[in-house]
Ligand binder design. Structure first.
Ligand SMILES: Cc1cc2nc3c(=O)[nH]c(=O)nc-3n(C[C@H](O)[C@H](O)[C@H](O)COP(=O)(O)O)c2cc1C
Length: 205
């Protein structure tokens, strides 16, 4: 990895909160002059015979295995569902065995983010469980340091394990100042580490 390439911001979102986080995280990544490639995954349904159009009608493009294979870093986001990531994202990750076998993600930075309806409804459990498949892929986990003041001051989301957002029971709570700040900080941190790794690889020849 001698050129930084792009940071893949891959998320699932049903009602838009996680999608908004992805946009702020991408802004943070791009503060380093690195491309942030935002991708999503399609929903999954019990009617497995029905197929969706290959391109979503609006919003981010669906992620391909090649998008993931060739990224320089990954930032993965999901709404919390019963203290875990949402099935559509897990379904996509479960289809990445070929990358695992080839070690395509091994040694690349990775981070996670989530949105919940309730303040203590499982943000940290979700973030930690989202990190598990990334560790299996050999990725280097990046969190948020307490030098980010928003981590201390927040009255909503924000954890050292990754960015988070408290959306409220009806999704009425937009990202507040601290939550937004921490999304951008996470993107910036992953982007900066990605650039440093690329520069180090180039220096080593
Ligand atoms: C099946 C299901 C399970 C959920 N489980 C939780 C939960 O464990 N804790 C919580 O606080 N919110 C839970 N929620 C609420 C979502 O995490 C929350 O609405 C989130 O902000 C949605 O993000 P989105 O706007 O990106 O879709 C759940 C929602 C659904 C549909």
């Amino acid at each position: 990895m001698s050129q930084p390439g792009y940071v893949l911001v891959l998320y699932y979102s049903r009602h838009g909160a996680t999608a908004e986080m992805a946009r702020l995280i991408a802004e943070g990544v791009e503060q380093n002059g690195i491309e942030a490639r935002i991708r999503t995954v399609p929903p999954v349904a019990p009617e497995t015979t029905a197929s969706l159009p290959p391109v979503p009608e609006d919003g981010a493009m669906y992620c391909s295995i090649d998008d993931l294979k060739h990224c320089s870093a990954l930032i993965l986001g999901s709404p919390t569902r019963f203290g875990n990531m949402a099935a559509p994202l897990k379904h996509f990750i479960d289809g990445t065995s070929s990358l695992w076998l080839a070690g395509n993600l091994n040694g690349k930075p990775a981070a996670v983010f989530t949105s919940t309806a309730s303040l203590h409804g499982g943000q940290e459990a979700t973030l930690l469980s989202m990190q598990l498949p990334l560790l299996h892929h050999g990725m280097l986990l990046v969190g948020l340091p307490y030098s980010e003041n928003a981590l201390i001051e927040t009255r909503g989301g924000g954890t050292p394990y990754g960015a988070s957002h408290h959306a409220g029971s009806q999704g009425e709570r937009r990202l507040d100042q601290h939550e937004s700040q921490l999304c951008r900080a996470l993107g910036k941190r992953v982007g900066s580490i990605t650039a440093q790794l690329a520069a180090g690889a180039q220096a080593l020849g």
